[in-house]
Design a protein around this ligand. Structure first.
Ligand SMILES: O=C(O)CCC(=O)C(=O)O
Length: 222
């Protein structure tokens, strides 16, 4: 199924810039301002019905510095016993809301994968010290599918490294509307968010950054 969303000025700039890593493609301003604003309104309505929560780290139980939520048939959750995908949230066992059409359209345009995403993990960087440590997205069976993320709101300093935690890494900025594809030989690179630059965008009421990460979890039926 093809998902249609309104096109705006971003259609003119849908070319990736060179990140220096094969399979890691950055599309600056991929989503234009009009679509970003309507997506934020849709997200806010969804958060009113199912509020984002502050997850806890496996083992230590320490709270994350970000809030999380999910859309889609499977949500990624961080629990004391480990990371998992779950069809319902851990708060009241309700199913996650459907993935917004604008994000399914983004996947259709960039993923080059024969099946839709099953998880849209929402990371909300709500306080100036919110960050995400270096990690790999490796809880999925479908490692042949890319991970695609969209940034909304304040710009962040995103870090990407190699295939071991201590490998050399480099950073670049992700601004509102930027889409990042991590696929092919870059699918399992370590990555994280060093910091968010407060006040760099006025998109989100009250400020902050929202990252939406689309993932295919299971292998599609042949
Ligand atoms: O917030 C970001 O840009 C990165 C999110 C991320 O790495 C993840 O959800 O695995």
């Amino acid at each position: 199924m093809t998902h249609i969303v309104p096109k705006d000025e971003s259609s003119l700039r849908k070319k990736p810039v060179d990140t220096g890593f094969e399979g890691l493609s950055l599309y600056p301003g991929f989503m234009g301002k009009v679509v970003q604003a309507s997506l934020v309104a849709e997200l806010m309505a969804a958060f009113a019905a199912m509020p984002p929560y502050r997850p806890r780290m496996p083992r230590t139980g320490r709270p994350w510095s970000i809030l999380q939520m999910n859309f889609g048939p499977l949500g990624w959750v961080s629990r004391p016993e480990g990371y998992a995908y779950s069809p319902v949230n851990d708060v009241d066992k309700a199913p996650w809301p459907a993935i917004p059409a604008a994000l399914l359209a983004l996947w259709d345009e960039l993923a080059a994968y024969p099946a839709p995403p099953e998880c849209c993990l929402v990371n909300l960087y709500d306080v100036p010290k919110s960050r995400m440590g270096l990690h790999r997205d490796e809880d999925e069976q479908a490692l042949d599918a890319p991970v695609i993320s969209l940034s909304l709101g304040d710009t962040c300093v995103f870090r990407v490294g190699g295939f071991a935690r201590g490998d050399k890494s480099k950073s670049f900025r992700l601004a509102s509307g930027d889409a990042l594809v991590m696929g092919g030989p870059s699918r399992l690179r370590f990555h994280g968010v060093d910091r968010v630059i407060s006040g760099s965008s006025r998109l989100i009421p009250g400020g902050g950054r929202i990252n939406l990460t689309l993932r295919r979890v299971t292998k599609p039926a042949q």
